[in-house]
Design a protein around this ligand. Structure first.
Ligand code: FAD
Ligand code: PHB
Length: 388
């Protein structure tokens, strides 16, 4: 088989890139190692920046998001069981959209199918070849047969554990990493959300977040030590702990029910540079991971895709230098979201070695956020997303 851009990974990055390139007349093949049902059952991000919303609309996949998504003008921060509001819209003139990654992925699959896009699922043993030459190719196994795809470019959209990033030699690649000493235990429950906006809570027992997917489906998280497992957290224990950490009035009226999903995600900041090597581009989680506190993971994937789509479109229109700009443009935005996610994580979580001094610093930071318009404007500008 031959294509112009072979895309490895059928998560949000790979599907959105394929959709945008197809609409610009550039041919792609997507190789995904899992089944479609598996990809569509993953519960992950929930908040879209306005730039992501506009990118999805430009890709022709905005209709259901616009009908069913929940535009949010602000959010609550809570300290010591008392909340205060940050008004994004008043500060920036922009909103965010609450619309789950699961729905974004489903909409992208539907759009790819409608356009006759080629997505090969359950592709095993995907291997990249001759990436540094002008004639790269990818091999994989499916149903006992080995296949080969020749292409102009390879887009590594295969997430943090994928095969694309390790293809770049150690002599070229530089990785930067911070691993946090805690994780987030998350549940999904078929109950009405705790509040009409998200609540990010700083509490001496640890961070908590009240989020949602729609008016009947809520998503909650609590900070837990890294060695905890979902088995040791019954639903009742989860609700008890969540209620201790959030504003008192919210805890009193919280609707509780059985969890329909429960998982633990460790928190990590990670960047790999460069994001292009020869004819390989890294996109989304394949190149970087942020802790989920700033809701930036999926949004960074969307901005990478935006830059790569632009670079490849210009390349095929005859601008030979366009692809040289991709890595630097993407990384500039990645590092700024890295900084925001690290800052917000540091302000909102309880660290195992946290001293009383550190704690007072957190309290003072939250006090500043509650009372300073400049501090609120800074948080709002970054939360709704810097332009791309
Ligand atoms: P992925 O979604 O990881 O997609 C990569 C795809 O590549 C997958 O479908 C995978 O199966 C496929 N793949 C991997 N290896 C291969 C291979 N060798 N061959 C072929 N295909 C391969 N962000 C938030 O903003 N909020 C959250 O609450 C949040 N929660 C998260 C929870 C978890 C457990 C994880 C892992 C991430 C979470 N994120 C969250 C981050 C967000 O979901 C990601 O940033 C986003 O999924 C990135 O999309 P992606 O397409 O780049 O990567
Ligand atoms: C979510 O709804 O899953 C969610 C929302 C905001 C975050 C992280 C996760 O910062």
């Amino acid at each position: 088989m031959r294509t112009q851009v072979c895309i490895i990974g059928g998560g949000p990055s790979g599907l959105l890139l394929s959709q945008l390139l197809h609409r610009s007349g550039i041919d792609t093949v997507v190789l995904e190692q899992r089944s479609r049902d598996y990809v569509l059952s993953r519960i992950r991000a929930g908040v879209l920046e306005w730039g992501t919303v506009e990118t999805l609309r430009a890709a022709g996949v905005g209709a259901r998001m616009d009908a069913e998504g929940l535009p949010h003008d602000g959010t609550y921060l809570s300290a010591r069981n008392r909340g205060f509001r940050i008004d994004y819209f008043a500060q920036t003139g922009k909103r965010v959209m609450v619309y789950g990654q699961t729905e974004v992925t489903a909409d992208l699959y539907a759009a790819r199918d409608a356009m006759g896009g080629v997505i090969i699922d359950e592709a095993q043993g995907v291997t990249l070849h001759d990436v540094e030459t002008g004639a790269p190719y990818v091999t994989y196994h499916k149903d006992g047969t080995e296949h080969r795809i020749d292409c102009d470019f390879i887009a590594g959209c295969d997430g943090f554990h994928g095969v694309s990033r390790p293809t770049i030699p150690d002599t070229i690649r530089r990785d930067f990493e911070r691993v946090y000493p805690f994780g987030w235990l998350g549940i999904l429950s078929e109950t009405a959300p705790a509040s009409h906006e998200l609540i990010y809570a700083n509490h001496e027992r640890g961070f908590a977040l009240c989020s949602m997917r729609n008016p009947e489906l809520s998503r909650y998280y609590i900070q837990v030590p890294l060695d905890h497992t979902t088995d040791q957290w019954s639903d009742a224990a989860f609700w008890d702990e969540l209620r201790r950490r959030i504003p008192e009035d919210t805890a009193e009226t919280l609707e509780m029910g059985p969890s329909v999903e429960k998982s633990i995600a460790p928190l990590r900041s990670f960047v790999s540079e460069p994001m292009r090597w020869g004819h390989l581009f890294l996109v989304g989680d394949a190149a970087h991971i942020v802790p989920p506190t700033g809701a930036k993971g999926l949004n960074l994937a969307a901005s990478d895709v935006h830059y790569l789509h632009e670079a490849l479109t210009q390349h095929y229109a005859g601008d030979a230098g366009a692809i040289n700009l991709y890595s630097d443009r993407a990384l500039a935005r990645v590092w700024s979201a890295m900084r925001f996610s690290w800052w917000f994580t540091t302000v909102m979580h309880r660290f195992p070695d946290q001293s009383e001094y550190d704690q007072r610093m957190q309290e003072s930071e939250l006090q500043y956020l509650e009372t300073s318009q400049a501090a609120q404007a800074s948080l709002a500008e970054q939360y709704v997303g810097l332009p791309f």
